[in-house]
Design a protein around this ligand. Structure first.
Ligand code: CMP
Length: 140
């Protein structure tokens, strides 16, 4: 199996409830390594650029408001098939549909305030990592 990297965000609903460590424990228990991590307050420009693919969606404004409402933790995760492995451990976007033991089932409040983001492909992971990390800040 291939060792991959993926990009993760611990969202404001989780940092607000002091859940960074609890989310990281689930990530590490799933066999993923946190090889880059920074706590930041996203600017509107950063959030709008990050979610550009969703800009025509009705929830875009709400999404940008939420992602800039408090601190987030941006992360680079590494492991076997990391993109899919992290999506599996995050669970479904809507927490009411997320499987038991997943981060969203454990912690998410709603489809919007759903605690974590993870890249949907290896190609997007590389783009998303490059938006928030320089190579010197990733130590595998
Ligand atoms: P994320 O993986 O960060 O990618 C896009 C985000 O849009 C998604 O997680 C959700 O948090 C958010 N989202 C998706 N659907 C809705 C919705 N119907 N209402 C509000 N936010 C949504």
């Amino acid at each position: 199996m291939a060792i991959q990297r993926t990009f993760s965000i611990i969202k404001p609903d989780a940092t607000e409830r002091n859940l960074t460590g609890a989310v990281n424990a689930v990530i590490e228990k799933a066999g993923l390594r946190i090889i880059g991590q920074r706590r930041i307050k996203m600017t509107r420009e950063q959030a709008e650029r990050f979610y550009d693919v969703h800009k025509e969606r009705p929830f875009f404004g709400e999404l940008v408001d939420f992602m800039t409402s408090g601190p987030v933790v941006v992360q680079v995760l590494e492991g076997e098939n990391a993109v899919k492995a992290y999506r599996d451990v995050m669970g479904a976007t809507n927490p009411t549909e997320a499987a038991d033991g997943t981060i969203r089932k454990l912690f998410a409040k709603s489809i919007g305030e759903n605690s974590v983001h993870g890249s949907d492909s290896e190609e997007n992971a590389a783009i998303e990592i490059a938006q928030f990390f320089s190579l010197a800040d990733i130590v595998g």
